[in-house]
Design a protein around this ligand. Sequence first.
Ligand SMILES: [Zn+2]
Length: 221
Amino acid sequence: MEKFNVEVKKGKSLLGYKLQIVDFENVIITVGRFENWQKIIEDKKEWILHHLAKMPVKKNLLNQKKINILGEEYGLNISEGKNDSLIFFDDKKEIFIRVKTMTDNYIKKMIDKRIRPKALKIIRDKTKELSNKFNIKIGDVKIKNQKTRFGSCATNGNLNFNWQIIMFPMDKFEHVILHELTHILEHNHSHRFWGKLAEMDKKSYLNNQWLKKEATKLFIV
Ligand SMILES: [Zn+2]
């Protein structure tokens, strides 16, 4: 992507600047009064493009007809109504969404809020299954707001996950959970950590590579 939006803010000082990557297409630059912001943007273009490329691409849900959940395709049916609602038909593989306001932002906010209980159940069940299988004692499993991370693990064994990992294919989804489970045993990314993870996930390396490249493209909010 070559194009991005720049929001210019005037800083308090005369010189210096700060660049902020907001999302995959928005940048904020805060500049001193004596600085030429256009020139800074031009000089820093490579750096900006590099970081923009790492941000999740936000999809326009109004144009999206399907959504993937653990490798299964669900039809996405969005309509306007008096109340907000989100209903899953697991057997028919359809999701019906009704919103009071038909804008992309509103739909995303609504999905973000309403899909969490469903995602939490899926994530909790899988975490329980895998922790039993590998005999790892876990604490609480929760959903947290983390836009770029997939999960985190506290020293007491509590695990937090980004709900959007349910949109990964099953083996990648399991890899994310196994990664956090491994952190209960090893609180770092040492060789021992990767070794233990690879014992539990035979395709650990490939799954990790896939996640680095593809994962955030699947995120919708
Ligand atoms: Zn980690």
